[in-house]
Ligand binder design. Structure first.
Ligand SMILES: [Zn+2]
Length: 590
């Protein structure tokens, strides 16, 4: 069985000669598929929600059963055959029809029932992996420690021996997760091959209408273009940290010197930008409500009442035995109005940003849930669009004028804007590219596309951390560890992380357009609050769902192709400052 879905570029509608008979046949088919898809999606989302908010073997079984039911439908051979048959006449069908048929095949490729045994084994293995991940108990010097506490310790504790112990604790889940991941490498690749993809990585990048090589080339281009800024940031940071810990300046940054478990973001470097003190006295509820107010101010409706009733927004209370997934997420449970978020919000700056981000997903769901958009296409123009929307709002929510109008900062407060820009680069943007485009994307491409043997996984992982990020582990990390597996996405959202890098680049393009063209304010210091024009710009992108090619949606919105142009512009004042600070220092780590 072979099917080509390599390109989602479509014939311009002017060149189409719609065949009414064929269109009718496709409509009949898609009406049935959409209705069943939505129903089964909902059943599975409910079961997964339960499994994520109350981790237990029984809930895992429920989630697994629902997953199998959805896969049995999505991957039904009769459905695959009909979609393929119709797509042979794509030029005679409407664009929205073609896009739905392509989506049907991409969905089928995740669980093709041409090989039901393989699909069932994959679902079982993934459910088991999530359960190991969600239920893992980390121990620091023999005592259980939560992930929130690990993160808290890494951002506050200044004792290097403690930091190393905490960092090593955060890697304990790797060996427990490795056997499952080895199994999944084979199962996921096997599933992708059923519909003609060479491997699971190739299947995932097909969501962008791209090949593996094109995606890697795009990610490498991001890193090349941002490199002068990254090297300056890296140099400045290692000098600052060496001072902080009273150590000689290293070539690469030891991973336990940084506050993030994977060195993926470098927050907490800029004291003048630390806004946590301003959240003292605010409640976690206030944080989520401020995020909603941001959107209603732009002209979006209030979130449905069910959001507040059904979401799981706050940490598990002390003494409660329930375990929940600690990774923030937002869910479109019924592809209609049941929108929920899973978070563990506390009143601090990080959760303030995260709440704004997650509600970005929520409002994307709200905006593309329209009768004109069939359930199959209630998605982003590509997967990165969803993330970019969340990230854009998180960026906007961090700018000084907004923080003042939202009541985080006292009126008349003088912010050090240089510090904010530096903090923004370190915390949300620039090192992140080298982690996402570099380490994560290249390692997963090696594992899935190039079938890297499991006895080389940890060595390859650290080669990429060293080469792309300029970071090294505090002690030798042999193959008895599996440090990649400590990252949630490696287990449950594989071959996806380049989407976050694309989202980072996209958010600066949208933000640049909003600041310069709509608000006529400097991109480094602007305030979206209560601008209906900004709301309209965002809604127009989101309301299209997956009905148009993402390249066209981006061009129509900004007049530009995907590019780091806006991102490098944004940080230009910072680059000049860093070059001044780093004068006379050796730049880079080679
Ligand atoms: Zn997100």
């Amino acid at each position: 069985m072979l099917v080509i879905i390599s390109c989602i570029l479509l014939f311009p509608s002017s060149l189409r000669a719609i065949d009414p008979k064929l269109e009718e046949r496709a409509n009949y088919f898609l009406t049935l598929v959409n209705a069943s898809y939505q129903g089964l999606y909902r059943v599975e989302a409910e079961a997964q929600w339960l499994a994520a908010t109350d981790v237990s073997p029984a809930h895992d079984v429920g989630s697994e059963t629902a997953g199998k039911a959805r896969a049995a439908f999505n991957g039904n051979p009769a459905i695959i055959r009909e979609a393929q048959a119709l797509l042979k006449h794509r030029a005679d069908l409407k664009e929205i029809t073609v896009r739905q048929l392509e989506r049907v095949l991409l969905n089928a490729a995740e669980g093709p029932m041409t090989n039901p045994d393989l699909v069932a084994r994959r679902i079982e293995a993934e459910t088991q992996q999530s359960s190991t991940l969600n239920g893992f108990v980390f121990k620091l010097r023999g005592n259980p420690i939560t992930v929130n506490e690990i993160d808290h310790q890494l951002s506050t504790n200044r004792n290097l021996a403690d930091r190393q112990a905490i960092w090593e604790t955060s890697k304990q889940s790797g060996p427990a997760l490795k056997p499952g991941l080895v199994n999944l490498q084979t199962l996921r690749n096997g599933v992708a091959k059923e519909l003609g993809y060479s491997d699971y990585f190739a299947l995932q990048v097909a969501n962008y209408g791209m090949s593996t090589e094109e995606m890697i080339a795009l990610q490498d281009r991001f890193m090349r273009e941002m490199r002068p800024l990254y090297l300056q940031l890296h140099t400045w940071v290692k000098h600052e940290l060496a001072k902080r810990y009273g150590q000689p300046v290293p070539k690469r940054i030891p991973a336990h010197w940084l506050n993030n478990r994977w060195s993926q973001e470098w927050p907490g470097m800029v004291e003048a930008a630390d806004l946590d003190p301003y959240f003292k006295g605010k409640s976690a509820e206030w944080v989520v409500q401020s995020a909603e107010s941001f959107y209603t101010g732009l002209g979006f409706p209030k979130l449905p009442q069910s959001f507040w009733e059904r979401s799981d927004l706050y940490p598990v209370k002390p003494g409660e035995t329930r375990k929940k997934n600690t990774h923030a997420s937002c869910w479109h449970v019924d592809l209609q109005n049941d929108i929920r978020s899973l978070m563990s919000v506390e009143p601090n700056e990080w959760w303030f940003h995260t709440a704004h981000h997650e509600l970005g997903h929520g409002y994307y769901f709200v905006s593309c849930t329209r009768p004109e958009i069939p359930p199959l296409l209630r998605i982003g123009a590509n997967p990165a669009f969803h993330e970019a929307m969340g990230e854009l709002i998180s960026l906007a929510a961090g700018q000084a004028p907004y923080l003042q109008s939202a009541g985080v900062l006292p009126a008349g407060f003088q912010l050090n804007e240089q510090a904010l820009l530096l903090n923004d680069a370190l915390g949300n943007s620039v090192p992140f590219i080298y982690w996402a485009s570099g380490t994560m994307t290249h390692w997963e491409a090696d594992v899935y596309a190039h079938r890297l043997p499991p006895d080389q996984w940890n060595a390859r992982w650290w080669k990429y951390v060293r080469d792309f990020q300029g970071v090294e582990p505090p002690s030798e990390r042999g193959e008895e560890f599996c440090d990649a597996a400590t990252k949630t996405h490696v287990n449950d959202t594989p071959c996806y992380y380049y989407s976050y890098a694309i989202a980072t680049v996209l958010k600066f393009q949208w933000h640049d357009h909003i600041a310069r063209k709509i608000l006529q304010q400097p991109p480094q210091r602007c305030n979206y609050a209560n601008s209906k024009a900004v709301g309209n710009f965002l809604r127009e992108i989101m309301a299209k769902g997956g009905t148009e090619d993402w390249r066209k949606v981006l061009r129509d919105a900004t007049g530009e192709e995907l590019s780091t142009r806006a991102m490098t512009d944004y940080f230009k004042p910072l680059l000049a400052w860093l070059e001044e600070q780093n004068r006379g220092r050796q730049i880079g780590w080679d």
